[in-house]
Unconditional design. Structure first.
Length: 134
């Protein structure tokens, strides 16, 4: 279960585990609330060990004027825990990489859809046309 790296370090391989989920909720008044969460466990990749990360996202959007207008407010990394931190061992030396940036961010979006395409369901008629051609 242990691997020797360059005859000077012994690290135990740890696989990464990933979890990601996203759910949308309809709210009266043409609002949609979307919540998402992702997790990466601590693990190893070649010479490096990575710390666990968590990311919580949220979005609130509103559609109006026949779905031509959409306004949304988005938030990413609300827990401020999505930074990647690595520890590398190489020939008896340890290297740490800590990412100290502000990963939390917010955005406000306005979308206007010009010339919307209207969908027409053709159903079983498309299959009948194909059978008749054969």
């Amino acid at each position: 279960p242990y691997t020797t790296l360059f005859r000077s370090n012994i690290i135990k391989p740890k696989p990464f585990a990933f979890l990601e989920t996203e759910h949308s909720f309809s709210i009266p008044g043409n609002f949609t609330l979307t919540l998402g969460y992702s997790f990466q466990s601590q693990g190893t990749a070649q010479l490096s060990e990575a710390d666990p990360t968590h990311n919580l996202t949220a979005s609130l959007s509103w559609k109006g004027l026949g779905d031509q207008l959409e306004v949304s407010l988005n938030g990413n990394d609300l827990l401020d825990r999505a930074r990647d931190n690595f520890h590398t061992r190489f020939t008896g030396m340890n290297y740490w990489q800590r990412n100290n940036y502000y990963s939390r961010n917010f955005s406000f979006t306005i979308k206007w859809r010009f010339h919307q395409h209207k969908e027409h369901y053709r159903g079983s008629d498309g299959a009948k046309d194909l059978i008749n051609r054969l």
